[in-house]
Ligand binder design. Sequence first.
Ligand code: FAD
Length: 163
Amino acid sequence: EGASASAATEPPKQYPKGVILGKDGKPCRPCNTFASFTAQSKSTLKAAATQGPPKDCPPDVEQLGRSTWTLLHSIAATYPPRPTPKEQSDIKDFMRLFSKLYPCWVCAEDFQSYVEKKEVKAGSREEFGNWLCEAHNEVNRKLGKPTFDCSKWEERWRTGWKD
Ligand code: FAD
């Protein structure tokens, strides 16, 4: 009681402009780049921008994103070529829950809208792999990154590159 009453009267903390806050009002680590919430001296800023967070620190938005895409595309790579109805409903349930639970809440909100707009396609490995590749490309476009040629998703994530 007391703690929350005094917290309510405290003036809001000032965080660097553009830093995304979490539901607790504090900077949301998995929503921001490491550089955007670390000390602002020139040398640390340069290191943070090029290296990201140290390996044993909580992930920033980029490290979390890379690891998550690795997991999702690897799930697509091992999804059956001819899934049963249960396997199809499992992957759809998984993606729906995933889009709700993703730790970067701003990313999650946009991804939920995408999943509502473009229903998960899970009729085969090829179908799900392509759906996921298109979903990743939508995020790439939003962030101004190059899009990926989805005819190559299987080489990137399942078979390895052809010689
Ligand atoms: P990543 O985009 O992480 O990609 C990793 C590797 O996947 C690439 O090196 C490439 O080899 C391969 N790849 C690239 N595109 C495709 C594709 N279309 N299909 C198959 N393989 C591909 N970050 C934000 O700042 N804001 C957001 O709103 C945001 N939303 C996200 C939503 C989700 C669901 C996820 C998983 C991540 C989100 N991210 C967001 C993180 C962002 O997508 C990147 O992961 C992060 O910026 C690091 O990018 P990267 O350049 O290392 O490559």
